[in-house]
Design a protein around this ligand. Structure first.
Ligand SMILES: Cc1cc2nc3c(=O)[nH]c(=O)nc-3n(C[C@H](O)[C@H](O)[C@H](O)COP(=O)(O)OP(=O)(O)OC[C@H]3O[C@@H](n4cnc5c(N)ncnc54)[C@H](O)[C@@H]3O)c2cc1C
Length: 394
């Protein structure tokens, strides 16, 4: 919608095809119904991409401030929630209505509930076989998103089309997704379902083109099958099968020092001491049968070892909860195939890929929508300037 509206405003004839019958479902359900539409602090480091420099051009061509300026002018009220994350005051529908209005004002020809059956390259551009008849277009912009949440219409259409035209794909994976564990491994932990706490998480990964440990300080939630919450969603985008996570369950305190100091000063039980820094059920889990033991009676060595385990809990997920529970797909059309401003394929002139279908994945916190807005605008500006000498084009 963002791309189509701008192309229409620039005087091009645009047909917007979507197989869904309901408009912009992902916007509607995002951010708990209030759409975390951007983040005040956006840079390339908030994105995962095989070429970490690729997102820079589009992100600077259309910034969060540019988006804010537009929605404010339209009277959409917003607020900052957490770490620069911006949400609508009322509902996501405000963003959808605004985008729809932009398209209508730009005379975008809308085909909702219309499936694209096939796409062929022809002399005039592209011939699309659709349920509502053939369409010939000089350019084709593919903005069909990723595979996350197939239950609201997500498909691998964009990837299939890229493959059809010989473009390389970076292996797609579910990202921003809860992690699960073998039932055997999770046996003693199911009773912790519902426990949430702030943690510091780390996983070995490539970040900004370099191998290292990627860390997030965020909340984590225990579930019946594994781990979730913002911290886990963030780290899941970097996690690879077989890798252990390292989790500090007490990030705000040096637990080893705290317990050793407490040993000398109080008559507290181990459980009571742990309970000062951990949710009760988690303290019980870690204290186990030693819970009622007085800290003062425990050997230093045992206390230190327990504190180290809690501050450096290592656990290896068996997998992710998959696309059905993921917020995004990571991987996608290889950026080395695309121009970083127009998003046009280097191999197939006139064919553009924008948004989540491209191998650029944002962190949790409004970054994925900002990526969608930025590349939509950057692509539209590039196409418009190429077509500026022509008054009305298909
Ligand atoms: C539950 C959930 C919550 C999220 N919350 C946030 C958030 O708060 N902030 C944030 O930044 N990001 C959030 N995201 C991620 C964000 O929604 C996406 O990254 C973003 O929508 C991608 O935009 P896009 O235009 O590339 O694709 P999409 O928004 O997915 O749009 C793709 C469109 O293409 C259509 N389509 C798909 N396949 C076909 C086909 N074969 N033929 C025709 N049409 C097709 C779809 O119907 C859809 O309308 C969330 C995602 C989910 C699943």
């Amino acid at each position: 919608m963002m791309n189509a509206a701008r192309l229409g405003r620039a005087g091009l004839r645009v047909v917007l095809i979507d197989h869904a019958s309901k408009l912009a479902e992902k916007i509607r359900i995002s951010g708990g119904g209030r759409c975390n539409f951007t983040n005040l602090d956006v840079s390339a480091r908030n994105f995962i991409c095989t070429n970490p420099h690729f997102p820079k051009a589009a992100l600077s061509a259309y910034t969060p401030q540019d988006f804010l300026r537009e929605i404010q002018a339209h009277g959409i009220a917003w607020h900052e929630k957490h770490r620069g994350q911006l949400f609508c005051d009322t509902s996501s529908q405000a963003i959808i209505d605004w985008l729809r209005l932009q398209c209508d004002q730009a005379q975008v020809d809308w085909r909702m509930g219309c499936t694209v059956l096939d796409v062929q390259k022809v002399a005039e551009g592209f011939l699309l076989g659709t349920e509502s008849g053939p369409i010939i277009s000089g350019r084709l912009v593919v903005a069909t998103g990723g595979m996350a949440l197939p239950q609201v219409g997500a498909t691998d259409f964009g990837l299939k089309l890229a493959r059809q035209f010989g473009l390389r794909i970076i292996e797609p994976r579910p990202a921003l997704v809860p992690l699960k564990f073998d039932s055997e491994q999770w046996k003693g932990l199911t009773e912790l379902a519902g426990v949430a706490l702030p943690v510091d998480l780390g996983v070995s990964s490539v970040f900004g083109g370099k191998q290292g440990v990627v860390r997030f300080a965020e909340d984590m939630l225990f579930t019946h099958r594994g781990l979730s919450g913002p911290g886990i969603l963030q780290i899941s985008s970097y996690w690879r099968p077989g890798q252990p996570l390292r989790i500090n369950l007490v990030p705000s305190v040096d637990l080893e020092q705290f317990l050793i100091d407490n040993k000398q000063q109080t008559k507290q039980s181990l459980l009571a001491a742990l309970g000062l820094h951990l949710p009760k059920r988690l303290a019980q889990y870690w204290a186990g049968e030693l819970g009622t033991r007085r800290l003062a009676e425990m050997p230093d060595r045992q206390v230190r070892e327990l504190a180290r385990q809690i501050a450096g809990w290592q656990i290896t997920p068996s997998g992710t909860e998959g696309y059905k529970k993921a917020e995004v797909m990571s991987g996608g059309v290889d950026t080395s195939e695309l121009n970083q401003r127009s998003f046009e394929s280097n191999r197939v002139p006139g064919l553009h890929f924008i948004g989540e279908v491209v191998d650029v994945t944002g962190w949790l916190g409004g970054y994925n929508f900002q990526w969608a807005w930025s590349c939509a605008v950057s692509c539209a500006s590039a196409i418009s300037s190429l077509s500026s000498s022509v008054s009305k084009q298909d």
